[in-house]
Ligand binder design. Sequence first.
Ligand SMILES: *Cc1c(COP(=O)(O)O)cnc(C)c1O
Length: 237
Amino acid sequence: MTDGPASATATATDETIAHNLAAIRARIAEACARAKRDPAGVTLVAVSKTHGAAAVQAALAAGQAVFGENRVQEAQQKFPGLREAHPALRLHLIGALQTNKARDAVRVADVIESLDRPKLAAALAEAMAKEGRRPALLVQVNTGEEAQKAGVARAEADAFLRHCRDGLGLPVEGLMCIPPVDQDPRPHFAGLAALAARHGLRTLSMGMSGDFEAAIAEGATHVRVGTAIFGSRPAPA
Ligand SMILES: *Cc1c(COP(=O)(O)O)cnc(C)c1O
């Protein structure tokens, strides 16, 4: 994260964050009604990356307890203080994770959504043993087969899941994906849901600000919404 001019980030005001959260919750409820699903089966992960602890606090005050961050270091800086005052707070790490950050990730996260390769799986297994802490894991699948994107390839997903669960005994609870920006996300969401069903996995993290309703229609249990709650972010450096 770079320190651009203040105008590069447009973190919403506290009032707007509360208003946005209510609006997103209403849209989740409507999407659930259309899909004949119980809204209790969809968890809103408020993605607070690049926004400060004050924005997280505003969301907490508005009843939001589950947050998503991309970077371990940013999460470590922002959350420990907040956790003490808010024991219900849950933190999801949703960004690409380096193996040398595995131990910090295991310490800070309740859920790690970006497990995508054997080296990281081994590092997380070792970190969990050392820390005596077992955050839930989601395997990220590169459903669009994009070269630049994190995630296990679809063709390797079955074997990788077996390796993580049976080989390493990792607490894998579900799958996550980020569809290509220029495509209809629905087939990607449907494919991820089918893969999860084949493996008896119940957690499906899919859908962001622009497509979470489509994700709910395809069975998302977790939607990761940032911009529509907290406002725009500076372009990644
Ligand atoms: C940033 C991010 C989001 C949130 O995206 P918005 O479009 O701002 O809602 C969701 N998932 C992942 C993995 C992200 O990195």
